[in-house]
Design a protein. Structure first.
Length: 262
């Protein structure tokens, strides 16, 4: 499966850029509400109560969206971790099942699986797009060779043992597809857009409701800072390759260390 097919670069792939952009945007929204909006619509004492209800409801909705988005990012991160473990188990099991084949075929399958192990570890650790294209091409070639290596003895001697080895190789190939699908499964851009629009509206309302703009705006800067940090954390967890918090191929590396190359 092509690891880069369908992968598009977007702002949320760069968590630090998300933090800077959101901080600037939200601080500008706060200033716009305090300086610009108050010039056009002067708040009166009679509207303070209704304004407080609207502001409270808006901030509550924003908090729910941030929490929901964080939950989505964490669930996808956990899924990527679980599939890395499943992929390592599938490859390790097939490595052991190769002993059921004739010696020559078993040696070929084990050699291919060892090379495949290395490519799968690189998939998790490499960030450079050019290297990833090379890894993807090498992985696809190895998958073709591995399937041919187990299909040939299965066709020559269609026994239950050969079928078991072929089924194990099928699990290896499928596990890579599941892993790639999980890496493509991200928070939808529409959810980011909705959360951003509501955050901007909330900051405009907060700035508009400040009684003493010069004193309160300094204090209210804390709000866009905290929210920008939240956006950074969500984007970082949701970005499987460019974030600080990434899935490490610990299970794959542990199996490589446990199984010597033959």
């Amino acid at each position: 499966m092509n690891a880069l097919h369908g992968a598009t670069i977007r702002l949320t792939d760069f968590p630090l850029l998300v933090f800077v952009t959101s901080l600037v945007l939200l601080m500008f929204s706060l200033w716009a509400g305090a300086r610009l909006l108050r010039r056009w619509f002067v708040p009166s004492d009679n509207m303070r109560e209704d304004f407080g209800i609207v502001l409270g409801a808006s901030l509550t909705l924003l908090g729910l969206l941030v929490g929901f988005s964080f939950s989505m990012a964490v669930s996808r991160y956990d899924q990527r971790k679980s599939l890395e473990e499943a992929e390592a188990n599938a490859i390790g099991t097939e490595y052991l099942r190769a002993d059921l084949l004739p010696d020559a075929d078993a040696a070929k399958v084990r050699a291919l699986l060892h090379a495949y192990f290395e490519q799968r570890i690189l998939f998790y650790t490499v960030r450079d797009p050019d290297r990833l294209r090379e890894i993807d091409a090498r992985t696809t070639a190895l998958q073709t060779e591995m399937w041919a290596a187990v299909a040939a003895p299965a066709k020559a001697a269609p026994t239950p043992t050969a079928a078991l080895v072929a089924m194990g190789m099928n699990d290896v190939l499928n596990s890579q597809g599941y892993t790639q699908a999980a890496w493509w499964n991200r928070i939808p851009p529409a959810a980011w857009l909705l959360m951003t629009v509501i955050a901007v509206c909330c900051h405009v309302l907060v700035g508009y409701g400040a009684r003493n703009a010069k004193e309160e705006i300094t204090l209210l800067i804390v709000l866009p800072l905290i929210l920008s940090i939240s956006f950074f954390l969500i984007a970082d967890i949701d970005s499987p390759r460019r974030g600080v918090i990434r899935v490490q191929p610990q299970n794959l590396m542990s199996i490589v260390d446990a199984i010597p190359a033959r």
